[in-house]
Design a protein around this ligand. Structure first.
Ligand code: BDP
Length: 727
């Protein structure tokens, strides 16, 4: 038995080398890091390999499109690599044990008939994976469109990658959200705003003639998780992207991405008609301005017939917008929507607004500004709303706009890049955060009115639905800076496809696909990932604290910062620590932000006794000796949370140290070094914040909390003029 096994292994390796040598497994020679979750590791369990190989003899593809060719090649590559045996491409579907792929219209009549009833239940991007059983056993992956077939192929490969059974399959799946986009905050000079994984992927200088293989690999990775759009440039937009010089380059990218089902979108700078159009104004009421945008749209669609549309940041943080001309967001968004409508394009209009001229609580401003416009936007406008009302904090209660604008489609904006969560140095598994928001109940139409249902359009019957993730991708060899940050890109895509997926399921599959199926590896590392989000909350902003990061770059703690021109840019604005206590009173005795939620939610948040402790200081200013549910005083509880965060990172390190034998040396070391930095920085956060808050509480650190080794002055003196991502 042992000999047999070794021989088998040897044979397996030999075949594997053979494939690599002849280029069939070309990407297997690349760095592990680069291959993301598409590693296609040879399956070690011989029985499993035998079961699979007895069921899979070859592939037959129907259809001629590039997408079908990609699907066929991917299936062959993945299966050959995982099963360490050759998978042939067959011309017809007569023999047994074939995987048949192709859109339904291209299948033979017999299969068409068999699948007729199932096909009606999927949408244009959905797919069916079905074992058929009319004398010859086939496995069919079909869809209404070729891109649906490609998604189905990735689903099937994922099943093999995670060692699932492929017996009697009857999978019917469709994405629940239509527009599933990455937002790249990439500048034309190659820098990335809030980017921590190197420079921009887009090499504007070499485009359009040079198509970097990386663009294809990017599209492939996105297609494998169902992402179907990309906004190429920063929301703080440069109008030059809309000039012919750049549009030609954008077209080249769109052409490269198209076979993978990915549409290109651009950010539109509202003042572009002035900056590149030589007009005197960008007033949306001005007919010349309206015409300029119409002409621009038709110029774009001539080159890119499936161009997705515009993403717009207007009258936000100094960006131009309709208010510069006394108009409002509806005027601005609808003008652009009218320009795009004839071509089927959409406007994703951002709701991230707050003004230095508005003295009201920043958390209330977007709601106050947008909710009165409910129902006033054109059909091809969707409002893009961040998950929380402030700004991508380690934890925020869900944004009160969700549920408050039933007549307007709202799309979710999550941040995948870790601007406020330790950059790409900290291991933080973000789908935990995403899930928390998606599951939050807005009560807008009674119990069960979750944020997920709102963005899926199912609660308010919207056809246009969307979700955006601010990308964490750069030209680092491993794409995302931290090997585990790949899981955040992956998890975003999976949740964009189906917002009801569980973050644990996603982490589990990601680990198996990216590293190993070995349970001795998967279960401890899974736990490490799942706990990592709460760890970062604990060592940065426990109990509802927020926005106390150092200014500008947001790297490290800066709760003392109080000298910036706009009050709401200062951390002291958010924590409001004083001798009486700490926290932002957003209850009815304070800013009354709680009133922006549905009555059931408002009531819960408003009352300190029912407000969840995870959001306590978000909604309430409380005395230092306020009693927490566990009996600790607020001061002690806060200090202990900071300590807990540090301890959690230590536990993560201990877990990882035991994983050496399951991981390639490169990634093992990378993660080891990064966790070491994370540990140092968690302590830095704990010590700096506690020393600062202690000035107000006047209390000793409780037992169990380590004494800081530096002074508050030392922490305040730390400066990071070249922290990344801060352009
Ligand atoms: C903040 C970032 C800033 C972005 C802004 C936005 O600090 O760089 O431009 O959000 O989303 O989180 O527009």
């Amino acid at each position: 038995m042992k000999l047999q096994f070794t021989l088998f292994n040897f044979f397996q390796k030999l075949l594997f080398l053979f494939f690599c040598f002849f280029g069939i497994g070309e990407s297997t020679t690349a760095q592990e890091d680069y291959k993301l979750w598409l590693q296609y590791y040879p399956i070690e369990n011989v029985n499993l390999v035998n079961t699979y190989t007895s069921q899979i003899k070859g592939i037959t593809a129907f259809g001629e499109s590039q997408t079908i060719q990609i699907a066929q090649k991917e299936l062959q590559l993945g299966l050959q690599s995982m099963l360490s045996s050759r998978i042939n491409i067959e011309k017809n579907s007569d023999s047994k044990g074939l995987i048949v792929i192709g859109s339904i219209s291209n299948l033979d009549d017999n299969l068409k008939q068999q699948l007729a009833s199932q096909i009606t239940s999927i949408n244009n991007e959905g797919y069916i994976i079905s074992s058929t059983s009319n004398n010859k056993k086939l496995l069919v992956i079909t869809a209404k469109t070729d891109i649906g077939v490609l998604y189905g192929v990735y689903h099937f490969l994922r099943m093999i990658q995670t060692n699932q059974s492929i017996d009697n399959l009857a999978i019917i799946d469709s994405p629940k959200i239509n527009v599933r986009v990455l937002n790249h905050w990439d500048n034309l000079n190659g820098s990335v705003e809030r980017g921590y994984a190197g420079a921009s992927l887009w090499n504007w200088q070499k485009l359009p003639d040079f198509i970097d293989q990386r663009y294809i690999d990017y599209a492939r990775a996105n297609a494998s998780i169902g992402i179907n759009g990309t906004v190429l440039n920063n929301v703080n937009a440069n109008a030059l992207i809309l000039t012919p010089l750049y549009l030609e380059k954008v077209k080249a990218l769109a052409d490269a991405f198209r076979p993978y089902g990915i549409k290109v979108y651009l950010t539109a700078r509202f003042s572009a008609p002035i900056e590149i159009g030589k007009l005197k104004t960008a007033d949306p009421y001005d007919p010349a301005v309206q015409q300029w945008w119409k002409d621009k749209a038709s110029e774009i669609y001539k080159q890119i017939p499936d161009f997705g549309g515009f993403l717009v940041k207007a009258n936000s943080e100094g960006q131009p917008g309709p208010q510069n001309y006394g108009r409002n967001h509806v005027d601005g968004a609808n003008m652009l929507a009218d320009a795009l409508a004839p071509f089927g394009g959409i406007v994703m209009w951002r709701a991230f607004v707050y003004s230095e001229h508005d003295a009201d609580d920043r958390a209330k401003q977007a709601y106050s500004e947008f909710v009165p416009y409910d129902g006033k936007f054109r059909d091809n406008v969707i409002l893009q709303v961040k998950n929380g009302a402030i700004d991508f904090q380690p934890r925020e209660p869900f944004h009160p706009m969700f549920g408050a604008m039933p007549k307007t489609p709202l799309m979710m904006e999550f941040q995948i890049t870790q601007e406020y969560l330790g950059f790409s140095t900290h291991l933080v598994y973000l789908p935990k955060l995403y899930q928390e928001v998606l599951e939050a109940d807005t009560y807008s139409k009674g119990k069960g009115s979750t944020v997920a249902k709102i963005i899926e359009g199912s609660l308010d019957q919207h056809k246009l639905t969307g979700i955006a993730g601010v990308a964490n991708i750069g030209n680092d060899l491993n794409w995302t800076g931290h090997p585990f940050a790949q899981a955040n890109w992956y998890g975003f895509g999976r949740l964009a496809w189906n917002p009801s997926l569980d973050s644990e399921t996603i982490a589990n599959e990601w680990l198996r696909m990216t590293f190993s199926n070995n349970p001795n590896f998967v279960s401890p590392v899974l736990k490490m990932m799942l706990d990592s989000r709460e760890a970062v909350v604990n060592y940065m902003t426990p109990l509802g604290l927020h926005h106390i990061m150092d200014t500008g770059h947001h790297y490290g703690p800066g709760p003392w910062v109080s000298d910036l021109s706009r009050p709401e840019w200062n951390p002291v604005y958010y924590h409001k620590a004083d001798n009486n206590g700490i926290g932002f009173d957003r209850s009815s005795t304070g800013s009354n932000a709680t009133a922006q939620y549905a009555p059931e939610v408002a009531k819960q948040y408003n009352n300190v006794a029912t407000c969840p402790e995870i959001n306590l200081l978000w909604f309430h200013h409380l005395p230092w000796d306020y009693k927490l549910k566990n009996g600790e005083t607020l001061w002690n509880g806060l200090a202990l949370k900071y300590q807990e965060g540090v301890n959690q990172v230590t536990t993560m390190q201990t877990t990882w140290e035991k994983m050496k034998s399951y991981v390639d040396e490169n990634r093992f070391k990378e993660v080891q070094m990064l966790l070491h930095i994370q540990q140092k920085e968690a302590k830095w956060w704990r010590d700096a914040c506690l020393l600062y808050f202690q000035q107000f509480s006047g209390k000793e650190l409780p037992k169990g909390v380590e004494k800081p080794v530096h002074s508050l002055e030392y922490f305040k003196s730390l400066k990071f003029p070249f922290a990344p991502g801060n352009n």
